[in-house]
Design a protein around this ligand. Sequence first.
Ligand code: SF4
Length: 397
Amino acid sequence: MNISIELLRRYPWLPSLKNFYADFASKDPIEFIDDVFSKSSNEEIGRRLLKIFSTAFDRLEEIQDFKTDELNIYIYLIIKILLYIIDNKIITNRVANLYSKQAYNDLLNERDDANIYDICEDLALNFKYSDPPYQYGLIYNKDQIEILQTNFKIHFIDYLRLAANLHDDYRKLVHNALAEGYVFIDKKDLMRLIQEYVRKKLTIEDNRTDLDIQNFRNLIFKNSEFKALYDRILETWEVKKEEFEYSFEFKYDDKIDISESFPPCIKEILRRIEEGQNIIHIERLFLVFFLHALDYPRENILELFSRLPDFDSKIAEYQIDFAKKKEYTPHSCQTLKSLNLCMAQKYKDEICLEGYYSKKLDTKRVLSHPLFYFQFKQFKKSFKPKENMSIERNKNE
Ligand code: SF4
């Protein structure tokens, strides 16, 4: 298989990496790290890696200024080494989701079908390509007829293998056109399957033991620059992890109106939906994560989304179910501020602007999460006002 070096730089997870970069593949990982960190580009590599990890910790979906040059190959391999020694499932999943999403976006931007063809070949997929496209169905819509067509079809065994962890109804084999063992698949769905392949490459666990990992850490930490990078990543995680470990229990009751306890950032999104305005993707995600955390019924969230001008029930259902399944927590105040979604100033909200009292610390704390806001408001509602109102922020505080 002849895949171009440019494609490998863009997609270093392709199997051909081991042919082009046989010197890497055969190298001991410790030697590899020493080599990479002795090059003049080591600072650039460290900077980019830190950015990938902190973007994943912030649960953003795109790596800003992501470069697909030669260094991208080193970066991919070092991510794998870092995930191995960090040995934290949440971090691994975060990074794998982000990195595979980046690959998906880059694949969608491929203009030339020949590149997609080469990638599928390199992945040893059993697929067929046709130009002009295969026509595999008709959709009758009032007086119009839409022809369903695609350039790609993939053998059902490979389809099932790649789609095994994707549980959306419309991906089930019975909902897809199939002929002579091949599933007709549009390019976007094919890219989604490849995204899943990339995600698995970063998440698959081997039979490692804690002792194996510790021994490997001891050896690899002899490289002080690599150790410093590892420490910085974990420091960043320490600052962010509260958001991930935050647990919140609230039982939704449709007879009680809780909207008064919503923070300004949520109120603003709901106000715009009420006015029939559109909201951007990240606002949709934040709203879904927030309402899920409050145990809002799926139908109520769907009803809210149905008021959006570009409402598409299939996409909305997918987003809602996906967020529920992954149990994502809503974004923190810091992340919302960086995305310009914090509405504290606009609503001149005292809790958001000035903070609140923590029961155990008995000092004023800066608000760090929209769910703390909700919790505090609910607490205030359930007790008669007293001086030094406070909340139990979480059991570890
Ligand atoms: S401070 Fe936090 S809770 Fe308040 S509006 Fe800003 S992001 Fe929302």
